[in-house]
Design a protein around this ligand. Sequence first.
Ligand code: PLP
Length: 335
Amino acid sequence: MPLTRSDIVAARDIIRGVADATPMVPSPFMSSRLGTEFLLKLEIAQPIGAFKLRGAYNAIMALPDGSRGVTCCSTGNHGRGVAYAAAKRGLKAVICMSELVPQAKVEGIRALGADVHISGSSQDDAQAECLRLVEREGLVEIPPFDDLKVIAGQGTIGLEMMEARPDLDEILVPLSGGGLAAGVAFAAKSFDPDVRVIGISMDRGAAMFASVTAGHPVEVEEVPSLADSLGGGIGNANKYSFSLCRKYLDDIVVVTEEQIRDAMQVLFYEDRMVGEGASVVGIAAYLAGLLPEPAGPVGTIVTGRNLDMRQFQRIMAGQDVMLGDYTLKGRSYDP
Ligand SMILES: *Cc1c(COP(=O)(O)O)cnc(C)c1O
């Protein structure tokens, strides 16, 4: 096993003071809907507004002294995490992205002092630019999910959740490349092997779901989604996150754009919080009745809040939103 419990405990010591140990709070609305306690692990409270700082900082602190700088390819939050972590260590950072990434995320990263290179219309194009920087400029790539230091850093969330609530029956994890789900599932199950960990993706472009179903990494078409942070493939040469997700996730479910919209409204109107589409898929899965009734308390990770505020306002106001050529119909919030 390439990952051990002590890797995650060590990561927690390394990230302390930079990536916060976040609160986990009850959602009274979801708890009453489910008839059991429903808890929100608030990674929106991280200094970069998303959990990715944990893995990025753990990976960057492991680099040897004298490194020339770091680069990564990111839909946004990993880029923010790398930019913030590199600045903390005094290293140059170049963040590579595709044109699909919302402008708010690009500006957020520039504000953290990193350079942004935008190339092409897919994560693969951004990845090619990232490799060029590694080969030509000697920067070190910090992968968004398929890296043991990154996975261990994200896994600290699972440790915090189980220590806060050893009675958790189930953890719902937003799932894209699977660094978060792999780390959280591994950490939580090293604490209590009986805790169920479920990965949740959007149905438009769920790469890990398709890969686990096929039994090997497969490519999926990337399309605009409210859960833009869950877009992108898992890599044909995936080394760690695919096999860890396959081994440690009890199930993977997918939610529609409409279900994500409803969950964003619940988080805002009921819990009075702002979360991006990717961060509410756990709420969405239960709201939509996609999961069996849990036997005990459920925790979900509210992974990030870095969204386009104009799109967010339209969704909250019940207006239509265009996702590429897909029209997501507006719906006024009505519990
Ligand atoms: C990156 C990200 C995820 C998914 O994490 P993976 O490790 O790629 O599965 C979920 N939510 C948000 C907000 C993210 O930025």
